[in-house]
Design a protein around this ligand. Structure first.
Ligand code: PGA
Length: 253
């Protein structure tokens, strides 16, 4: 069983004063790892306050080189220097708004690992792909970039985020999420040679977080909108702790 992770992706939100108050208000719980992924300019300032709470820091993207003449880019090595443990890669907003390809994402994965980061690799199908019965085909294609790293013991977390559920208020039902997660876990073992933690993402809120996280194969959540306020993120952390305790009981029973 994987340790539950509750991660907050702030996307392009947050000011320094809000971020510091947020870190102060965070309430981590026993049995669940917590990570916060703010925009780049807030990373350095949040590293210490979050570390003091036992909360990990992550970034939302990184470039595939460690330094050089790449105006506007931020390298994995810089993220490590800022105190990051995680980096989100292949988020659907980067794939679909900024045109990031699987090929580029594979280069970013290699660079993140080289710097010592744990990538949170996002995968997920568009609505038309789901409606055309192509969900598994899309997930297989997005996970195929892991084949070249097969057998390497690199730290990795996957986030299954159906694109139709991101920021739309439409969450996958726990049954839909469970089925997709089962497929992703199997595909990981086949492609990467190893199973890893798989988070669910897409309109996760305090009201649906426990029902999703208590499902087998759902090893935590990647939260966008509902991670912006410490109060709702704290409620999701509490749901993660509850789900972890229930799963632990099942294993013990
Ligand atoms: P959302 O975003 O929770 O606002 O749907 C999730 C994500 O994009 O990681």
């Amino acid at each position: 069983m994987h340790k539950m992770l509750v991660a907050g992706n702030w996307k392009m939100h947050g000011t320094l004063s809000d971020a510091l108050a947020y870190a102060e208000a965070l309430r981590p719980r026993e049995g669940v790892e917590v990570a916060v992924m703010p925009p780049f300019p807030l990373l350095h300032a949040l590293a210490e306050p979050l570390a003091a709470k036992g909360v990990a820091l992550g970034a939302q993207n990184a470039f595939y080189e460690q330094k050089g003449a790449f105006t506007g880019e931020v390298s994995p090595a810089m993220l490590v220097d800022a105190g990051c443990r995680f980096v989100i890669l292949g988020h659907s907003e980067r794939r679909h708004i900024l045109g990031e390809s699987d090929e580029v994402i594979a280069k970013k994965l290699a660079a993140a690992w080289e710097a010592g980061l744990e990538p949170v690799l996002c995968i997920g199908e568009l609505l038309e792909e789901r409606e055309a019965g192509k969900t598994e085909e899309v997930l297989t294609r997005q996970l195929a970039i892991l084949a070249q790293f097969r057998g390497e013991m690199k730290p990795l977390t996957i986030a299954y985020e159906p694109v139709w559920a991101i920021g739309t208020g439409k969450t996958a039902t726990p049954e839909t999420a469970e089925a997709a997660h089962a497929f992703v876990h199997e595909e990981l073992a086949r492609t990467f040679g190893r199973d890893v933690r798989v988070l669910y993402g897409g309109s996760v809120k305090p009201e649906n977080a426990l029902a999703l996280m208590e499902r087998p194969g759902v090893d935590g959540v990647l939260v966008g909108g509902a991670s912006l306020k410490a109060e709702s993120f704290n409620a999701i952390i509490a749901a993660g702790a509850e789900a972890a305790a229930r799963k632990q009981e099942e294993v013990g029973a």
